[in-house]
Structures are given as structure tokens and as C-alpha cells.
Design a protein around this ligand. Structure first.
Ligand code: ZN
Length: 284
């Protein structure tokens, strides 16, 4: 399993330049770049050529752009803006040789109707993602749909997200499997079957404080192995499905934003590797 760092983990404490430096220094294989803010800040003083040059001359590589947010059940006008944003992301991916774009479904407060029936949510996701899949195809970029494990998100379980990518049925559309999102709305491990294996594009690893289903939020995430998620069960399942690509540590805890970002990057690596090694995976 390769090791990746998601920039959400040092969102308030580090710049992209710092994350690149510390991730390279501490031996991460990949970084997930926050295209919505940390990359925007980086580009105020640097160019995409600089970023490309960085990746060309270091071991660390880009894994994904995070994230195209709130793409489904929007007004026509909002949807057009999102598609334009996606096109910009494709150009960035091409420039820096980044294979994945993570996409996040809408929270109900940004949707056209507010509370929306599952059938309408899924239909909108299928329609928009199929269009994005067409756009991404010539770039060789893959789209990773990340279901969000909170009640106010429109796609909030593994089973629902899988049903969407199954219906789309494109090689370049799959899932982010995030242990926090999975736990947040009580997704079921029995829904992660052999059939779903090909659609597991990216694995986000983390843990969470012991709150009831529906009350966990990103800010409750903790170091892998320090919370209540049964990471052994998740990793056993992934092993059974022969998933052996990447584990990307992704935390959003305010206390960690108060820490020195290099310490966070070190500790995130240590705690992640400890869990991976304990439960069936070795670093490759
Ligand atoms: Zn995630």
C-alpha cells in the first residue's frame, strides 16, 4: 500500500509549499491537493509550471485534486459554473500529471429544491457525472465520487454512492472510500462486495470520536487508531477485495491545526502506518 497525505489534515496550518516539503521529507508517496484553496493560494506566488517542476524533481507525486464540490441537483446556472471549474481542474491535472479528481455531492442547502428525493439525487448525479466522465476521458483523468457521511449531504452512504457509479458504468468513474464518511451515516461493510472492488479508486484513512450516527463531523476526526472506527474490519475487507493502491490520511481536527504542521505530517504517517501494519498491510 502506498501512503498519501490529504491537505485537509493541515488545512489551517500549512501552505501547499510546506506540505510538499514535509511530505517529501517524511517519505509520503502521494499528496492530495486542495484545489479549492491551498492550490489557489500557491498560485498567487507560483505557477503550475513550478508545481510540475516540483513533482518532476521529487519522489512525491500528486494523487488527486480535492475536490469539485456540490455538483448535483443544482440550478442550471450553478451547474454550468461547476462544469467550467471541472474543465479547469482537467487542465491542471494534465499539466502536473495528476490522475484523479475527487468530487463531492451537494449538501441540501445548495441544492435547487432543498430536501430532495433519493431518486432525483441519484438521477442528477448520474447525469452530471456522465457528462464529466466524457470531458475527462481524453485527459485520462478519473473521477472519484466521495459520499459524505452527514445527514445533510445528498449522497451519504457507500451503498448509495456505489449505486450511482454502477449506473454510470464508466471505467473513469469510481469511489473514494473514506472510513470517516463510511462510519458517519452507518454505511454497512456487507455492501462492500466483490462487485464493488473495481470502483474503489482512493482510500481515505482516519478515525473518529465515539459519537452517535449522524452526529459525527469532520472536526471530530482523530489519528488513525485513536477513535472508534473498526479499522481492522475495513482493512480486512479491502484486503479481501485485493485493494492495494493507496491509503490517504485525511483529518480535519481543529486541535491538529494548532500543532506544528511538520509534527502533524509526521504523526499522521506514524499512526497510519501503525494501523496498516497491524491489520494486514505493509508499505510497498
Ligand atoms: Zn475523505
Amino acid at each position: 500500500m502506498k501512503l498519501a497525505f490529504n491537505e485537509g489534515t493541515t488545512w489551517e496550518s500549512a501552505t501547499l509549499e510546506q506540505n510538499l516539503e514535509y511530505c517529501e521529507k517524511h517519505g509520503y508517496d502521494y499528496i492530495e491537493i486542495r484545489a479549492i484553496d491551498q492550490l489557489v493560494d500557491y498560485l498567487k506566488d507560483n505557477t503550475l509550471d513550478d508545481l510540475k517542476e516540483y513533482f518532476d524533481s521529487h519522489k512525491l507525486k500528486p494523487l488527486s485534486l480535492n475536490a469539485l464540490c456540490f455538483f448535483n441537483n443544482r440550478t442550471k446556472e450553478d451547474e454550468e459554473k461547476i462544469i467550467e471549474e471541472f474543465k479547469e481542474y482537467l487542465e491542471i491535472c494534465k499539466k502536473i500529471n495528476c490522475e484523479y479528481i475527487a468530487v463531492v455531492p451537494s449538501n441540501i442547502d445548495v441544492t435547487e429544491k432543498g430536501k430532495t428525493l433519493v431518486a432525483e439525487v441519484n438521477a442528477s448525479c448520474v447525469r452530471v457525472l456522465t457528462h464529466l466522465s466524457d470531458l475527462a476521458e481524453p485527459y485520462g483523468v478519473k473521477i472519484a465520487l466521495e459520499f459524505i457521511g452527514i445527514p445533510e449531504n445528498t449522497v451519504n452512504t457507500f451503498a448509495q454512492a456505489y449505486s450511482i457509479v454502477k449506473e454510470i458504468d464508466r471505467d473513469n468513474v469510481g469511489l473514494v472510500y473514506d472510513t470517516f464518511q463510511f462510519t458517519g451515516m452507518g454505511s454497512r461493510l456487507e455492501d462492500v462486495t466483490e462487485e464493488t472492488a473495481d470502483k474503489l479508486f482512493i482510500f481515505h484513512i482516519n478515525d473518529v470520536d465515539g459519537l452517535p450516527v449522524g452526529q459525527m463531523r469532520d472536526t471530530d476526526r482523530v489519528w488513525p487508531g485513536h477513535g472508534v472506527i473498526d479499522l481492522e474490519a475495513h482493512l480486512s475487507k479491502l484486503k479481501q477485495l485485493n485493494y492495494d493502491f493507496v491509503a490517504s490520511v485525511e483529518l480535519f481536527r481543529p486541535e491538529y491545526y494548532q500543532m506544528d504542521p511538520e509534527e502533524v505530517i509526521k504523526k499522521a504517517k506514524e499512526t497510519t502506518l501503525e494501523v496498516l501494519e497491524k491489520y494486514h498491510y505493509s508499505r510497498v
